[in-house]
Design a protein around this ligand. Structure first.
Ligand code: ZN
Length: 558
């Protein structure tokens, strides 16, 4: 690609061009802006280079010779790269008269390239630093055969169609705008009703699982974050403090210290443990504007957080319960396959090696008891304890980090929390932090893409739309709608004076799971004709049949 670009645009300066997971890119410094037409031209030139079938030849050069050569050519980025290389000899690869600084390896010859495609252009700062010049990055991909390339391009098309930012707008679910601030989410009514449904479900399941619910403030004294260690370990993710009556306060980046404080508000005995506190807790963390991405990476978000305080001998049992809870939660949202990671003790750690050993084993035993296959990330635990991470695979097979379970030896120490043991003495409980979904914002983003915006009935903002054929059917339709609505179905009446075909189309664009069509026949028979969003007609229903049909599906959460 660099060869082709250089041929077409001789003034271009070449920066850097590595292989990446799904293809490759190259950064170019050029006065013009690359257009889609340019990409087509470059592809044509690349095809010609491939056709020539010229071999890639590796050459060893002294760094000095390489420097003077690239200097002469005016390739300043290569000169900068060379100057930073510690090696005394470097390699270049040559093909058809074009050469580039490269470690290799390469294919034997350009003719070996079976299928390729240029995908997009994006701005990229030289060496990823926003103080440097903005270059133009062309992305491309290549495969062994055109069939695999086509498969990959179809996948990209599907990814684009499911992009939660696009669907979020089309389905009026949420927005993020500059007036409010980057990374801060506005939940629109359609998104908010989905969130409320998820929250209700989440809270009810937590109560059933013997958690106690908490609500805690969004700000607290800066001193609290010193005690928790966040000022030492987490400051770069925290916002500047605000002053209230001469005392510094801070927006919370985490909920943990509040839960510790509730634990501490009372004397605890071994008989009280485990204590499980859960909160949908909104936190604020600083992220650079360059890394913010729709709902997936934001600055304000609500964690589905919980903290479990237990005795050493209860850790394994608690972890098993959390694992069960996690899988139940994820399965409810249609995630059936997972990658599970166990992260063990890093070089820098707090707590005794003995406690690390006990907890890491408890995590292992729990994973094994649940028959979960897992990979070990050696040394990747947090400084305060080992952890389990669960990544879900969505309907396109993409992996998303959601759930995390972390054992903590640090905070109980820092906040000096205790319980009275059978021996009448004070003991230190073990703390477990866990989030099942991660955050509501991110989880919602993943859900939108997973379902491609076609939410299951229990989550759908509008569950059913009633469509009338003519004005004379409105009264009957209103009766149906008000009865369904009274029973708790989210239903809408479309009584616009439009053709029924249009109404059906509108309802399916909005991905409403069911519509009922109401015309003369339905009014005469005192029934409705039910249609799924995929166009399937499932026939006439009486109102009673319809409500029990809908509730069965809503309650099954499928
Ligand atoms: Zn926590």
């Amino acid at each position: 690609m660099a060869h082709a670009v250089k041929k077409l645009f001789p003034d271009v300066k070449l920066a850097i061009g590595p292989a990446i997971q799904d293809g490759f890119y190259y950064d170019f410094d050029i006065a013009k802006t690359f257009t889609p037409e340019d990409l087509a031209l470059i592809e044509k030139e690349m095809a010609a280079i491939i056709k020539q079938d010229s071999p890639f030849v590796k050459k060893n050069l002294s760094k000095k010779d390489a420097l003077s050569m690239f200097e002469k050519m005016g390739e300043l980025y290569k000169v900068e790269l060379l100057n930073d290389l510690p090696d005394e000899t470097v390699t270049i690869y040559e093909e058809g008269g074009f050469f580039d600084l490269c470690r290799g390896p390469h294919l034997a010859s350009t003719g070996n390239i079976a299928a390729f495609k240029l995908l997009s252009v994006a701005g990229a700062y030289w060496r990823g630093n926003e103080k440097n010049k903005m270059l133009q990055r062309i992305y491309g991909t290549a495969f062994n055969n055109s069939k695999d390339l086509k498969k990959y391009l179809d996948f990209l098309e599907e990814v684009k169609k499911r992009d939660h930012r696009r669907l979020g707008k089309e389905l009026d679910l949420f927005s993020i705008n500059d007036e409010i601030g980057s990374g801060l989410v506005l939940w629109h009514p359609n998104g908010a009703i989905i969130r409320k449904t998820i929250e209700d479900f989440w809270r009810n399941e937590h109560l059933k699982a013997d958690y106690k619910l908490l609500y805690t403030p969004h700000i607290a004294k800066l001193e609290l974050w010193r005690q928790s260690g966040h000022l030492d370990y987490y400051r770069e993710n925290m916002y500047s403090p605000m002053e209230i009556e001469g005392v510094d306060y801070e927006l919370k980046p985490m909920n943990c210290p509040f839960h510790l404080s509730v634990y501490k508000s009372n004397l605890r005995s071994y008989r009280n443990l485990p204590i499980r506190y859960a909160e949908l807790g909104t936190v604020y963390r600083y992220e650079r504007s360059g890394v913010l991405h729709g709902l997936l990476r934001v600055r304000g978000f609500t964690q589905d957080d919980a903290h479990i305080f237990c005795r050493k001998d209860q850790v394994e049992e608690e972890i098993m319960r959390v694992l069960d809870f996690t899988l139940f939660m994820l399965r409810t949202f249609g995630f059936e396959s997972y990658d599970v990671y166990l992260s063990t003790r890093p070089e820098k750690f707090v707590g005794s090696p003995e406690n690390w050993e006990i907890s890491t084993n408890a995590l292992k035993m729990a994973l094994e008891a649940k028959g979960l296959r897992y990979m070990i990330d050696p040394g990747e635990g947090v400084f305060y304890g080992p952890k389990i991470d669960v990544k879900v695979k969505d309907s396109l097979g993409r992996s998303w980090q959601c759930s995390t379970i972390q054992v903590d030896f640090n905070n109980p120490e820092r906040f000096d929390i205790t319980y009275r043991g059978t021996d009448g003495r004070e003991h230190r409980p073990i703390m477990i932090h866990r989030a099942l979904m991660g955050s509501l914002e991110r989880f919602f983003g993943v859900l939108i893409e997973h379902y491609a915006g076609a939410f299951p009935l229990w989550l759908s903002p509008v569950q059913l739309s009633a469509l009338t054929i003519a004005e004379r059917h409105d009264a009957y339709a209103e009766k149906i709608v008000s009865e369904l609505s009274r029973q708790g179905i989210r239903v809408e009446l479309d009584a616009d004076s439009e053709k029924i075909g249009n109404k059906i189309r509108k309802s399916s664009v909005r991905k409403i799971p069911y519509s009922v069509i109401i015309g003369d026949k339905e009014v005469d028979d005192n029934k409705v004709t039910v249609r799924r969003r995929n166009g399937e007609n499932i026939g006439p229903f009486t109102l009673d049949e319809l409500t029990s049909f809908l509730f069965e599906e809503i309650n099954s959460r499928r």
